[in-house]
Write a protein that binds this ligand. Structure first.
Ligand SMILES: NC(=O)c1ccc[n+]([C@@H]2O[C@H](COP(=O)([O-])OP(=O)(O)OC[C@H]3O[C@@H](n4cnc5c(N)ncnc54)[C@H](OP(=O)(O)O)[C@@H]3O)[C@@H](O)[C@H]2O)c1
Length: 325
């Protein structure tokens, strides 16, 4: 651990992205405190070589977590509120996202934090953006509106074992030989491998020039969801057919995906609604500031499959998307 490096608060450490970022930060000598909703469960799940301080708190319960900011310099904001036990909770994620971000910014300002690094979503406002993607943008706007210099990274779907987009892809292509899809299957997207997301998040921490700025991040392939499904099928040696039909509402698609995959409905619904929105980088400035070897979607799928085979427990967050409420 390097005493001169900024001290880091990691929110979302039990999640898909936060769980992958944590080992990278620790191995690079950062002192990391993890804000988690269950400290005992989290501490028990960490491999011995990952030394991090867990602090228990819930961002939606004022008074439970603010002390986690004491003595910290930089915070990663890697949380969202999708999920829920019933229809009304599933529908109200944007309200919870807004509440958590507003309160987080206020507490970060009071604690004198120097930076926040937030991972949000691609997609353009005014493009009849889905509620989920609009909420991700709103969180970025809130965090950047205060005194703390906030870096926003905007990503499309992230490909890695245990992440909701990859698990939806995996279960659908494995289980359904002929996929009947609505028009969203041909929406352009620029997915990114989880390893590249970690490169950029960790890179922004080390690169002061990224403070206070927003960057689009994406992999080397601009493809459609149809092509992504066919890449998965090709890697697995499966013969798959994707058929487009003009009328299949996002809600019907979501019910169908919910039947075919173990990903919870509260996560599927908002994600599927967003599949109609083009999610492609508008600019690539991050590539100059944080150089990284960009991983192709074929390689990202291969890596995710290899990690899936190792099974839960080998990665901190392999099954994170299945643990939603
Ligand atoms: N996955 C993707 O493809 C993707 C794509 C683009 C952007 N992003 C962004 O990346 C970030 C992380 O996403 P993810 O995929 O890692 O999500 P995830 O696996 O669902 O993890 C979400 C994390 O947020 C925590 N959390 C939720 N509500 C909380 C609260 N009230 N208080 C404290 N912690 C709370 C969860 O803790 P518990 O374990 O206690 O539930 C979990 O650690 C989000 O901002 C998301 O929008 C993800």
């Amino acid at each position: 651990m390097d005493e001169h490096k900024p001290r880091v608060l990691l929110t979302g450490a039990t999640g898909f992205v936060g769980g992958r970022l944590l080992p990278n930060l620790v191995s690079n000598g950062f002192q990391v405190r993890c804000l988690v909703r269950s400290a005992s469960g989290f501490a028990g799940s960490l491999p011995p070589e990952i030394k991090a301080e867990p602090v228990e708190g819930d961002l939606l319960k004022p008074g439970t977590w603010e002390a986690s900011l004491d003595g910290m310099d930089v915070a990663f904001y890697l949380v969202h509120s999708m999920g829920g036990r019933n229809f009304s909770e599933i529908k109200s994620f944007a309200e919870r996202d807004q509440k958590a971000a507003t309160h987080f910014l206020k507490a970060a300002e009071a604690a004198g934090l120097s930076r926040i690094i937030y991972l949000g979503g691609l997609g353009e406002l005014g493009d009849s953006l889905s509620e989920h993607l609009a909420s991700r943008q709103e969180v970025g706007r809130i965090l950047q509106s205060g005194k703390v210099r906030t870096t926003i990274l905007r990503a499309a779907n992230i490909i890695g074992a245990g992440g909701a987009p990859f698990e939806m892809l995996r279960y659908m292509v494995e289980r359904v030989p002929v996929m009947i899809c609505p028009r969203w299957v041909d929406t352009p997207c620029q997915p990114i491998a989880i390893s590249n997301v970690v490169d950029y998040l960790a890179g922004c921490l080390q690169q002061e020039d990224t403070a206070g700025l927003s960057f689009d991040i994406g992999g080397p392939d601009i493809i459609s969801y149809r092509e992504l499904m066919l890449i998965y099928a090709r890697v697995r040696g499966l013969r798959r057919l994707v058929v487009t039909v003009p009328v299949l509402t996002p809600r019907l698609s979501a019910y169908w995906i919910n039947l075919m995959t173990p990903v919870p409905a509260g996560v599927i619904m908002p994600l599927v609604e967003g599949l109609r929105n083009t999610v492609v980088c508008r600019e690539n400035r991050i590539r100059d500031l944080v150089p990284a070897r960009l991983v192709s979607m074929e390689e990202a799928v291969c890596t995710a499959l290899a990690e899936t085979e190792k099974g839960p427990g080998r990665l901190p967050s392999t099954q994170s998307c299945f643990r939603r409420l």
